[in-house]
Design a protein around this ligand. Structure first.
Ligand code: FA5
Length: 351
């Protein structure tokens, strides 16, 4: 016989449901409880279905009680699920412990850029030969970059360096400030401030407004060298540079020393190393010459010496300026200088 459906019946079902919910202590028991009360054939669902048999007044009251019971039971289920989860976590915290002596995850480690490594190697080679390391400004006056290096204004020799000018004009409307095109301005700055003997190298960045190719960047690094004293000759320059090449490249690399022109030296030379790619046969990297030029050099021009107040009758000196990227290319067999500044970790992390 069908049980009479009333608010009391609803309350009894609700009470029993809560008691059973209290004793459900795992996922399976909770699911079983949900099906038994709130599922499609669950007790609360059946109560709601039975409302149709009641007269309208009773249906309103009992229906409201049944719907409310359904709401509180499903809230009760959510609370019970959360309580069980919290208890589980608390239990794990009680029983488990963290081993603080375990090694941590390794943090990714940086390293020195290959150009910095090469520059330091160059510095070490010259410091071992008695040179001091100095630095100078990258934004330079036209006076130091050109005039004091025996390259007056309007002289065609200025075309040897494609210059990036800083937008700064003097009273005559001439541009006078630039990004230094080479480290040679430091020759004049150092001699102006020092009495001979001088024996320095100057590493640093330089900038040129030129199209890039496998051996040309628009910004790169140079190491300038300068030695001034009484009785310095071209033989000292040659000996110093050969010793440098031996230290940095080893005995087996071939070195070529040739005449060249730079307005601030007389005579002028350049030095090349045999191409690492073709071994001297000629390829696209060395411009089919078999050689890669690494530096320009020469005996400091008497005009430069007298320009800084040195007596060219008494003092002589040599100077050189080498490209750090070219040296790194030769050392590591890199066939495109632009790789150094492309910021590709696949390339950089090899060094
Ligand atoms: C000079 O810059 C002179 N100041 C060198 C010098 C110093 C001569 C002292 C005499 C006395 P040059 O423009 O040739 O010279 O550059 C010197 C070196 O810098 C080159 O041999 C080469 O190794 C490097 N170099 C030049 N242009 C670039 C470039 N665009 N990208 C990378 N390296 C370069």
């Amino acid at each position: 016989m069908r049980e009479e459906l009333s608010v009391d019946t609803v309350e009894q079902v609700k009470l029993q449901a809560f008691q059973e919910l209290e004793s459900a202590s795992d996922d399976a028991a909770l699911e079983q409880w949900r099906v038994a009360y709130l599922g499609r054939s669950g007790k609360i669902t059946q109560l709601l279905r039975g409302l149709g048999a009641l007269d309208p007044d009773e249906r309103r009251v009992v229906g409201a009680a049944a719907n409310k019971a359904k709401g509180v039971l499903s809230d009760g289920l959510d609370l019970r699920i959360k309580a069980l989860k919290d208890a589980l976590l608390a239990g794990r915290l009680d029983t488990e412990s963290i081993d603080v002596t375990l090694p941590g995850l390794p943090a990714p480690q940086g390293r020195l850029h290959p150009i910095t490594q090469t520059r330091r190697e160059i510095e070490e080679a010259f410091v071992a030969m008695g040179f001091e390391v100095r630095e100078g400004p990258e934004v330079e006056w036209d006076r130091y970059n050109f005039d004091m290096l025996n390259i007056p204004k309007e002289h065609p020799a200025r075309d040897m360096w494609d210059t990036m000018w800083v937008d700064n004009e003097n009273a005559e409307g001439e541009r006078s400030m630039l990004l230094r095109t080479h480290t040679s301005p430091m020759q004049a700055r150092i001699m102006e401030a020092t009495e001979p003997p001088v024996r320095v190298i100057v590493p640093g960045k330089v900038y040129r407004y030129e199209a890039t190719d496998p051996t040309h960047e628009w910004h790169f690094q140079q190491v300038e060298g300068l030695a001034v004293d009484e009785g310095i000759t071209l033989a000292n320059l040659k000996g110093t540079l050969f010793e440098f090449a031996r230290r940095v490249f080893g005995e087996e690399r071939k070195v070529r020393f040739r005449c060249d022109f730079f307005p601030f030296v007389e005579p002028g030379v350049d030095m090349s190393i045999d191409c690492f790619k073709c071994g001297g046969d000629g390829c696209h990297i060395c411009g089919h010459t078999g050689w890669i030029e690494i530096l320009g050099a020469g005996m400091v021009h008497p005009n430069v010496l007298s320009g800084v107040g040195y007596d060219p009758q008494k003092y002589t000196g040599f100077a050189f300026g080498m490209g750090v990227e070219r040296i790194a290319m030769l050392k590591y067999g890199i066939d495109d200088v632009r790789n150094f500044y492309a910021n590709d970790l696949r390339f950089l992390s090899q060094f």
